[in-house]
Design a binder for this molecule. Sequence first.
Ligand SMILES: [Zn+2]
Length: 206
Amino acid sequence: MDFSSKLLENAVYEMSQLPGIGKRTALRLVLHLLKQPKEQTERLSGALLNLRSEIKFCENCHNISDVALCEICANPKRDRSLVCVVEDIRDVMAIENTSQYKGLYHVLGGKISPMEGIGPQDLTISSLVDKAKKGEVKEFIFALSSTMEGDTTNFYIYKQLNGLDINTSTIARGIAVGDELEYADEVTLGRSILNRIPFEGSLKAN
Ligand SMILES: [Zn+2]
């Protein structure tokens, strides 16, 4: 792509660094912003800068939060003995949308993936194990997507909890293998949490 302007080229380059945005789409977005009032670009860049400088992660569940303890963890009505283990905030949002789940979450921040160089130490697994040792949690519900990475992560955590008096379960899958949680419809997802099965049982079924 030949640009008549270095400024335009730089903006297009930065935009094209986003996932799913090729050079052509980046150019279209940048030209769109140029046509809009300057304030729109200022609001967009301001929101992103604020997000990066102000964002916090909940000290209990590691979910993205504006305060030290997120709304879910701070809510006295939530069942603290039940913890749903998910990959990221999109899963929390999907499960919250079902209104079927009243426990807390533990956000791992990803899945174990040797291909992408993500090991257990890159996730919040040690914090999960610490939480388990405190004795308040009675059950961890694994709700990672049923990909090989998800299964590996579930099994790794399951092994780490070995010897602790704690139940592990996995959400029942009305969801096709490989589907991500955020794409599951609310009814199916809500039901799959209510109809969860013991994790050990899910291993024997494989
Ligand atoms: Zn929290």
